[in-house]
Design a protein around this ligand. Structure first.
Ligand SMILES: [Zn+2]
Length: 382
């Protein structure tokens, strides 16, 4: 097998959390199905071990639902350069639960990260390409598909990266935006209300919505072929940035809600306070940064929310001991990138310094604990 010889591959079969075993497929694998985890790639929970815990403990599956998991935050030095680690989690012939009724003939590959918002780095793209090349040589699968190209799953926000960037993706389209959820969904193998809900994160279907839309069903005893209603949940499953009409809700992340509220009150950002980290929040944060640079340092930037050379040139360094709105913007930006600076208190103290230093190390820029041009570029341009 070529894939087992990849230097960035670690064999964790039988070593991740499990409860029982997946049965053997009775069909040959024809499809390589690409997923993302919908957990931001830098967060502690974005790795094979945590996906295994979640799949076993919460979803009640026999083990982690993919054969391979690519971990962008675990970099491996290989003779070919830096690569994201590939965890080999289940035997190739196991019908793990990742695409319901298509599990029998599909191999599940998950790239850790939430590519609605995360950007994919070179080391991860290279690992996708290496794994793909090896699987093709090994004759494992014929077609590459996104999760939402498999029967019944067109509404899934999975995957949301374009692996055509990594390899020639024959016989398939560019991964598409998810279709609106159907009114009625037919349960497939391995589906649980939690897997259906969780997969779309804070702005998608919630378990509570599904329970409310399906009075009388037992969420722990779903049967293949059973019909469930999406109900109100289908309203919000489309892309988050289209949620203009939504009322302020208690959804999403509390700190992100507070960031959005501050951006609204301080900079008139007009954001929906949904606790969800989308492009609009990022734009508003850049606008805030431009406003502060103009006000405090007499820069003459156009306040357009776009990261460009002029904004970059105008950046002033923020470091320990600093206080005020620029520090707050730094803290908010770090938080949105998954590096928690403690409280968003506008004071550059120990916790902010430590979050900044971790961010700089993760982004491979000089970890000088000062937020200057390089740091803000990583925070806002990528
Ligand atoms: Zn998926």
């Amino acid at each position: 097998m070529n894939f087992t010889k990849l230097p960035q591959l670690v064999d964790r079969r039988g070593k991740l959390k499990s409860k029982g075993t997946y049965s053997k497929s009775t069909k040959t694998i024809t499809h390589r199905v690409w997923h993302h985890s919908l957990t931001k790639k830098n967060l502690a929970g974005s790795d094979a071990a945590r996906f295994a815990d979640y799949h076993v403990n919460t979803l009640g599956w026999p083990g982690v639902g993919y054969t391979f998991i690519i971990e962008p935050k675990n970099l491996i030095n290989t003779p070919n350069g830096k690569r994201a680690r590939i965890v080999y989690a289940n035997d190739i012939d196991r019908r793990t639960y990742h695409v319901g009724n298509s599990n029998q003939f599909s191999l599940g590959i998950c790239v850790a990260g939430d590519y609605r918002y995360d950007t994919m780095d070179e080391a991860t793209l290279a690992s996708i390409a290496d794994l793909h090349t090896a699987l093709v040589k090994d004759g494992i699968g014929k077609y590459d598909k996104a999760h939402n190209e498999m029967p019944g799953y067109s509404w899934k926000a999975c995957c949301q990266y374009n692996y055509r960037d990594a390899f020639d993706w024959k016989g398939s389209k560019t991964p598409s935006e998810p279709a609106p959820a159907p009114a009625v969904y037919i349960i497939q193998e391995g589906d649980t209300l939690w897997s259906i809900a969780h997969k779309d994160g804070t702005d998608g279907v919630q378990v509570e919505d599904l329970i409310n839309a399906n009075p009388g069903i037992d969420p722990t005893k779903l049967k293949i072929g059973q019909k469930i209603n999406f109900g109100n949940a289908k309203e919000v499953i489309v892309q988050p940035d289209k949620k203009e009409d939504n009322e302020t809700s208690e959804r999403g992340d509390e700190s992100i809600r507070s960031i959005q509220k501050t951006l609204n009150s301080r900079y008139n950002a007009g954001l929906i306070v949904d606790g969800f980290n989308g492009t609009k929040t990022k734009f508003a944060l850049i606008k805030g940064l431009q406003t502060e640079l103009n006000k405090q340092f007499n820069k003459k930037l156009v306040v357009d929310g776009k990261w460009g050379t002029k904004t970059k040139a105008a950046i002033v360094t923020v470091q320990k001991g600093a206080k005020g709105n620029l520090t707050w913007i730094l803290q908010a930006a770090l938080y949105l990138e998954g590096f928690n600076p403690g409280s968003l208190d506008s004071i550059f103290g120990k916790d902010t310094e430590s979050a900044l230093s971790k961010f700089q190390k993760a982004k491979k820029i000089t970890a000088d604990k000062k937020a200057g041009k390089a740091t803000f570029t990583k925070l806002f341009a990528e």
